[in-house]
Design a protein around this ligand. Structure first.
Ligand SMILES: [Zn+2]
Length: 1165
């Protein structure tokens, strides 16, 4: 019927009179019709300007009618077009013109207000425009004049609500006592004029978008009034006719509780108890379910902020850094940048932040390679990391002569220790200068000699003899495990009891224990490929941790096999979050069954654990549990240890639990998680390992836990700002066995020791006549752990010049992983990669012949060992240090970068670089790459990209993976260069080293939502498979390597056509798929369906003939008012009464509501 264009407004309707002058058409009474098109934009503009200038009622009414008809049809685009053409301004000035007269004509004013509400609702600048037009105070005074007229009052209220979308305007209304006027309009329970009442409550809520208005409302006691009103309406509304009013009241309370004072007021006035009880009623009645969610969220918000029960927010582990004071100051915890501003913030609608803000649009930064961060002379030290280039492969000649020589061949240089103590890389404390820089030229630049020796003392807090003891202690496992071992051997006499750990560390018991383990291995011997418990034990002896771990976690020692079947994501139990919040609220309201006893404290060894409580333990590699508090009989709050040397980054967990009763659900709450959302809300479960199951031949980490849910809680930092926010991960576990020892973790653990043992195992297994496998130490870490670098390639076919030449010219592929210690999935992917590259698979063989693989499987060993989530010992995210890594504080990054510089300097820029990571908030596996063009396009940059040349080869690997790797999702990949990621490995290697194919590979912790693994949680099998598939995708890379792409090889890649069929190339998956239950942490009240402003306004408009009757009715009721005229006149014919005091009982109020219309003049029935 109508169409809007950029510059024309055409009208195909049937407004007959339009041909005449506008004035003529406007005076025509009745529904306007149009017959001729209004060409160009003049049509709408003429209407609007006539509206502003028209003095007479008829024409104004006509125009309003036309406009309303126009705007009611079609989409919001029409209204936005009208706003652009000055529609709001025209309506505002018409309002001012009409409303200012001594006795305003309401037959004009009312439709005007209605239209203004509808249009203004969509005009973001309406508040400002209204102020400029002088319409704010005018509307407020119209409201004051019409509080006895529900219909007019409603219209004014909607307009005021719309004006309040601007903080300034809302404050202006507040300053003019609008808040009080509107508050006093809200009556107690009635069945009449619900529209107007709701309009009043909604307008009141809208005014509470500002700090000033909220504190005013709190000061005047309106919070208690609102609670009282809610109670009144809720309890009297037995027919559920006023549910929308109740909902609107909850919205007001939500607004009020955006401030601390508001939350405190709600709590102090018994709001929690009220909401708790009303909500329970709601749950039983169908019509009131919509009140549950807002109530639950209100309760969640109003639970008083409780500091974590810790003496310090600082990690329990501190490590003296080189060149820094030993006393690490209590760090101020940074506010969670991604959290909603629940704290005293104006709820002003933020400027819609462009997603692209973060994209790099500076062409120079995208294109120009910066100068190297170090002098060239420092690079030569890295030549030793290329043994394959200098090796002469003499053994090739000998290999036919004697089989034995293979053991001494370069490829199986099995003396790892010799490698580790490579002279220049072994940090020699005696001659140490404290500098991490390995170049002799930089020695003496730091004054760290004392530093490092002191550090050593404090780190291991042992010397000489102790060190020996420590190593010996590695032979034992955790105390609870010992009791289990005891039982397994049916020995009761000689083995010390649980808890007598220290005594047991002495001679005889120790050796006995050792043999026990050996016998256990013989009897139950787990046969796990590429894992040998004895080798693990030996490797663990050389792992250096801050607290000096002396105990091995059983799963790491014994090994893990993926369980036989797939593990589907369990469906989320409906309303689980709400149930959990309820339980948490009940902690405050009903303390009868609350125990609140600390049962485990990492820092307090003397703690006596009650015999009927669970026993916790986490002092082992990767362990991360700081404190456990028994809350109720079968419920525990768990607090994770922050990353060493800082007070943040709690997400990863790994601990041991024992002394459980079987077949009872235990609820665990990890109460200091930091991420704002988690896949735990979308089908992910934590993992559990049972020692008993393992000894019975099922050494599996399995997904477990019911009622898994992740939500924002009421805890804050122990010492830090109250504004700090934490999230609870809650889950329930029913243990199968009595007297079991179980381990629970965020994800499948993978320790640094596991890596070392695994590399040794691989070294033993590779065929040295074909595989060149060399393990070296890239550097040592701050805590003096090794950071291994592995070289894998094929031995040349012969020592002929041709073969040697081919070897020395193979392109390099550089792979790294586990820079973020909490991302253990990255290590499992890397394990898959390593095993595949060492295997006899023909594809692996081809890859070895084509490339030299340089792999740094663990960039952050210290973080991994000490159970950290994000950082290195210096408290920094190592994947943000790549621009200018500090040689002494971030040695692994410094030397990885140096190693890459070296490759560049000898003209061997890597063909592919990939850093393996884990992603906690997405499903599937995907790549982030770097593309200058895509970044510029996406950012909407004005830079002309036509002339820019870019090799599209960066897409080859993701495209291939999408075809061959079931867990991989091409649609989740992107190639954008963000400013916030400018110091990550991917971006720096791309920009500074010029590696076209530089990636971050993100693997989910959860599972897949596409492909053959759709709906399944990922296991170590799938993660390892991903590592294999990544290697296979490399076959497709590079110009000369196309020859590799031959049918024989492709045959070996498991290119299942079903996989292709399952891929969903067209759909873009959301970060988080829709959930049965909204994950709601926001400060806003969830909206109610079908109660938007438009439909309210429309129904008020439709009610054309009712106005006079209503007024009659109201007058009549006033006469019947039992309270009397004198008070009424005091109220200046107020239609609404002020509220009763809070003390009035509900029954009293109910009486007053009964029959006789109330009351002090509120909206009356
Ligand atoms: Zn990461």
């Amino acid at each position: 019927m109508f169409s809007y264009g950029q510059n024309n407004f055409t009208w195909n309707g049937t407004l007959r009179e339009l041909e005449g002058s506008c004035g003529a058409f406007c005076t025509e009474r009745g529904r306007p019709r149009m017959s001729a098109p209004l060409s160009s934009s003049s049509g709408l503009e003429v209407l609007l300007s006539t509206l502003q200038n028209a003095g007479d009622v008829e024409s104004t009414l006509n125009i309003l009618s036309v406009l309303d008809e126009l705007l009611s049809a079609g989409t919001d685009r029409r209204i936005h077009y009208m706003i652009k053409k000055g529609g709001s301004d025209a309506l505002l000035s018409a309002l001012v013109n009409t409303g200012r007269s001594y006795s305003p004509n309401y037959s004009v004013l009312l439709p005007l207000l209605h239209l203004l509400a509808k249009v203004g609702h969509r005009d973001r600048r309406i508040g400002m425009k209204a102020e400029e037009a002088g319409a704010v105070q005018l509307t407020l005074s119209l409201l004051r004049q019409n509080i006895a007229n529900p219909r007019r009052a409603a219209a004014c209220l909607w307009v005021l609500q719309v004006f309040s979308s601007s903080v300034c305007t809302a404050n202006l209304i507040g300053e003019n006592h609008g808040l009080d006027v509107i508050y006093h309009l809200i009556p107690q329970y009635t069945t009449k004029h619900l529209h107007t009442i709701r309009a009043a409550i909604t307008a009141f809520a809208a005014l509470l978008c500002t700090k000033a208005n909220v504190s005013c409302a709190v000061e005047k006691g309106y919070v208690s009034g609102l609670l009282q009103l809610y109670e009144d309406w809720f309890s009297n509304d037995s027919q559920h006719e006023a549910t929308t009013v109740c909902h609107s009241l909850l919205c007001c309370l939500h607004k009020v509780t955006s401030s601390t004072a508001g939350r405190q007021a709600v709590f102090a006035q018994g709001g929690l108890r009220l909401l708790y009880h009303t909500t329970q009623t709601c749950l039983l009645t169908k019509g009131r379910e919509c009140l549950v969610e807002p109530s639950v969220q209100l309760m969640r918000k109003c639970l008083p902020k409780t500091p974590l029960p810790l003496t310090s927010d600082q990690s329990a582990y501190t490590f003296p850094l080189p060149g820094r004071s030993h006393d690490i100051p209590e760090m101020v915890m940074a506010a969670d940048e991604s959290s909603e501003d629940e704290e005293d913030e104006d709820n002003q609608e933020a400027e819609s932040r462009e997603y692209d803000d973060d994209l790099e649009t500076d062409l120079n930064k995208l294109r120009r390679r910066p100068e190297p961060d170090r002098p060239k002379e420092l690079l030569n030290q890295y030549s030793r990391l290329f043994p394959e280039l200098s090796h002469d492969f003499q053994e090739l000649d000998l290999s036919s002569a004697s089989e034995d020589t293979s053991s001494s061949s370069s490829s199986s240089s099995s003396d790892e220790d010799a490698e580790f103590s490579s002279p220049s890389f072994r940090r020699n404390r005696k001659r140490s200068t404290g500098s991490r820089d390995l170049s002799p030229s930089s020695s003496g630049s730091h004054s760290g000699t004392e530093m490092s020796s002191e550090r050593h003392a404090s780190v291991s807090s042992q010397s000489g003899a102790d060190n020996f003891r420590r190593h010996r202690n590695f032979l034992s496992t955790s105390p609870s495990f010992r009791s289990l071992v005891k039982e397994a051997r049916q020995e009761t006499s000689s083995v010390p009891s649980v808890g007598a750990q220290d005594a047991e560390e002495e001679g005889a018991a120790e050796s006995q224990h050792r043999t026990m383990i050996d016998r256990l291995l013989e009897r139950h011997g787990a046969c796990i490929p590429h894992h040998d418990p004895r080798m693990y034990r030996a490797a663990a002896a050389k792992t250096r941790s801050i607290p000096g771990f002396s105990i091995l976690a059983f799963p790491d020692f014994w090994g893990h096999l993926p369980p036989p079947g797939h593990e589907p994501m369990p469906p989320r139990r409906p309303n689980v979050q709400r149930l959990k919040v309820f339980e948490d609220v009940r902690r405050f309201l009903n303390t009868d069954d609350i125990i609140n006893k600390v049962v485990f404290d990492l820092e307090d060894n003397s703690l006596q654990c009650p015999c009927d409580a669970l026993r916790f333990y986490s002092k082992f590699e990767c362990g991360n549990l700081r404190k456990a508090v028994q809350v109720r009989r079968f419920e525990y709050d768990l607090i994770l240890n922050a990353d060493a040397n800082c007070s943040q980054h709690t997400q990863w967990f790994y601990f041991e639990v024992s002394n459980m009763e079987p077949d009872v659900p235990y609820r665990f709450n990890v109460i200091n998680c930091e991420k704002t959302n988690s896949q735990f809300n979308y089908g992910m479960q934590p993992v559990l390992y049972s020692v008993r199951e393992a000894l019975e031949g099922r050494p599996h980490w399995i997904r477990t836990g019911s009622d898994v849910c992740y939500f924002r809680n009421h805890f804050c930092a122990a010492r830090g700002p109250k504004a700090s926010t934490f999230y609870t991960l809650t889950f329930s576990i029913t243990f199968k066995h009595q007297e079991d020892v179980c381990y629970l973790a965020y994800h499948y653990p993978y320790t640094h020791t596991a890596l070392k043992a695994h590399l040794k195992e691989l070294q033993k297994l590779v065929d040295p006549s074909t595989v060149f496998f060399r393990q070296q130490v890239l550097c040592e870490t701050l805590a003096e752990n090794c950071c291994p670098l592995v070289t894998i390639t094929a031995c040349p076919a012969s020592r002929s010049w041709r073969d040697m030449h081919q070897l020395r010219n193979r392109p390099c592929i550089v792979l790294t992983a586990r820079v973020h210690p909490g991302e253990s999935n990255a290590s499992w992917v890397m394990k898959g990669t390593l095993e595949f590259l060492c295997s006899s698979d023909p594809v692996a063989q081809s890859l070895r012949e084509a490339f030299i693989f340089k792999i740094i499987p663990m960039l952050n060993p210290d973080g991994v060992i000490n159970g950290m989530s994000r950082c290195d010992l210096n408290g920094e995210d190592l994947n943000r240090q790549w621009c200018k890594p500090d040689p002494s504080l971030s040695p692994t990054i410094y030397h990885t970068k140096g190693f890459l510089y070296y490759l560049n300097s000898i003209g061997r820029t890597p063909l592919v670089f990939c850093d393996y990571h884990g992603h906690s908030r997405k499903k599937n596996v995907f790549l982030y790459g770097c593309s200058m063009k895509e970044t510029l396009w996406q950012s909407g940059s004005a830079v002309d990209t036509v002339g820019l040349k870019e090799d599209p080869g960066y897409r080859t690997i993701p495209k291939t993976l999408d075809r061959i790797a079931p867990a991989f999702s091409f649609n989740s990949c992107n190639y954008l260069v963000e400013k916030s990621r400018s110091a990550t490995a991917r971006v720096v290697v791309w920009r500074e080293m010029g590696v076209l194919r530089s990636y971050t590979m993100e693997s989910t912790y959860n599972g897949c939502d596409q492909g053959i693994y759709k709906g399944l949680q990922t296991g170590t099998r799938e993660l390892q498979e991903m590592g294999v598939k990544f290697c296979q995708s490399l076959l497709y890379v590079g110009k000369d390597l196309r020859t590799l792409y031959n049918k024989t090889l492709i045959h070996h890649i498991d290119l299942d056509h079903n996989i292709l069929d399952h891929k969903s190339h067209n759909c873009f998956e959301d970060d988080e798929p829709p959930c049965v239950e909204e994950i709601e942490y926001s400060a806003d009240c969830p909206p109610l369906k079908g109660t938007d402003l438009d439909s309210d306004v429309n129904s008020n408009m439709a009610d054309t003939e009712g106005e006079e009757e209503d007024e009659e009715d109201l007058r009549g009721s006033k006469h019947r008012d039992s309270i009397g005229q004198s008070q009424l006149s005091n109220m200046k014919s107020c239609l609404f009464t002020p509220h009763r005091t809070r003390q009035a009982s509900i029954s009293e109020r109910r009486n007053s509501c009964n029959g006789v219309s109330i009351s002090n003049g509120q909206i009356i029935s």
